[in-house]
Design a protein around this ligand. Structure first.
Ligand code: UD1
Ligand code: UDP
Length: 366
């Protein structure tokens, strides 16, 4: 029996790795071991509960206002012993977080093969997103299996000289997750609150946007809420205190903006499915929105997800307040522009990425 260990630690990794954990557990050829770093605490636990995944190991590393040093050092220190004891045949990491980077580095030091789920995404700008672009390139430097979500990500890997036979285009496991969460007859108090208005769903948390860029973003959205009486903004706030302080400073006193706690993924996906427009600097939401046919204004200067831009669902608007305000206003006042964005096709696979990954591992690990 081959031992496959999955290591993840933040909300988006959990959303995209839990479907894979559940799939791997269906295969008796594998011993599937889950280790969470706890880089996120509450936001990770929400997802584990939703998918009913219980980890064997929980490193519990999160600290309030943690730095990149804190996260990387804690994970490296704690994983060494676990990996040495478990001796997995392969470790699967996801995406571009510090959890993924530190885990891959620990595996490299111990010469344990790494499989990278969501491999090959690139902006080729190490400052944007920071530090994620470094993390994903570093993981790809040492991976043995590249599970690329799209042909574009495969081409990035080939361009960098990664061997063709180690690259597998599987689609993104986030589409697998969406298939289990979105419901037709879903109800939520925030949907009742927004009834009769156009609902703008907001998320924002990127490290490089903290401070002035985030003030610009939030001020533009406040202007929209002040000017459009038939618009309501729902913001499930990231738990980073730096994000929350800025949101409170910019949004307080406007009753058409609701700042709420992070939502369970089931609630979030269903609210996305009912939103008029999504405003975000998130990565994962750029993959989910095309599948739900929802227009997204991406408040970043770069994206590693050009597929959604090419498909027409995503528009990259940067972090300048005036540009964000103008882009939102255009979509609120030009239904045809909004409709064009809604009708784009999903470029992120058929919702069976986890199945393909399990099958590939079965063949390759023998
Ligand atoms: C991390 C990832 C980022 C990913 C994001 C998803 C890195 C470097 N960054 O960024 O790639 O897009 O997660 O959300 O890996 N906090 C809590 N409870 C939680 C989660 C966070 O209190 O459940 C607070 C803590 O004060 C923590 C802070 O948020 O110190 C920042 O968390 P951290 O994981 O360092 O950074 P993120 O911005 O969440
Ligand atoms: N999400 C969620 N609850 C929320 C906000 C977002 O479950 O209140 C989900 C969302 O559907 C997506 C993921 O969290 O799958 C995105 O996470 P985040 O924006 O924190 O990270 P990123 O994708 O930018 O790395």
């Amino acid at each position: 029996m081959k031992k496959v260990m999955l290591v993840f630690g933040t909300r988006p990794e959990a959303i995209k790795m839990c479907p894979l954990v559940l799939e791997m557990r269906k295969h008796p050829e594998f011993e599937t071991v889950v280790c969470v770093t706890g880089q996120h605490r509450q936001m990770l636990d929400q997802i584990l509960a939703c998918f009913q995944v219980e980890p064997k190991y929980d490193l519990g590393i999160m600290q309030e206002n943690q730095t990149l040093f804190d996260v990387t050092l804690s994970i490296l220190g704690l994983l060494r012993e676990i990996l040495t004891a478990e001796k997995p045949d392969v470790v699967l990491v996801h995406g571009d977080t510090s959890t993924a980077f530190a885990t891959a580095l620990a595996c490299f030091y111990l010469q344990i093969p790494v499989g990278h789920v969501e491999a090959g995404l690139r902006t080729y700008n190490l400052q944007s997103p920071f530090p994620e672009e470094f993390n994903r390139q570093a993981v790809d430097l040492i991976s043995d299996f590249y599970f690329a979500p799209t042909e574009t990500s495969r081409k990035n890997l080939l361009k960098e000289g990664k061997p063709d036979e180690k690259i597998f285009v599987t689609g993104n496991t986030v589409i697998d997750a969406l298939a289990t969460t979105v419901q037709k007859d879903y109800q939520h108090p925030e949907i009742d609150w927004a009834k009769g208005s156009r609902l703008l769903l907001l998320t924002a948390h990127r490290r490089e946007n903290l401070g002035e860029p985030m003030r610009e973003m939030f001020t533009a959205i406040r202007r929209i809420a002040d000017e459009f009486e038939n618009v309501k903004v729902l913001y499930p706030m990231h738990l980073n205190p730096a994000v929350r302080d800025m949101a409170n400073a910019c949004f307080s006193g406007q009753e058409r903006i609701h700042m709420i706690e992070p939502l369970d993924v089931l609630d979030f996906h269903n609210l996305m499915a009912r939103a008029h427009l999504i405003l975000t600097d998130s990565g994962g939401i750029q993959e989910e929105a095309p599948a739900l046919g929802k227009p997204v204004l991406v408040m970043r200067n770069t994206t590693e997800r050009p597929e959604g831009v090419i498909a027409g669902t995503l528009k990259l608007v940067g972090t300048d307040g005036q540009a964000i305000y103008t882009a939102i206003k255009e979509l609120l006042t030009d239904p045809a522009a909004c409709h064009r964005m809604e009708s784009a096709a999903n470029p992120y696979g058929d919702g069976k990425a986890s199945k393909y990954i399990a099958q590939i591992l079965k063949e390759k690990l023998g």
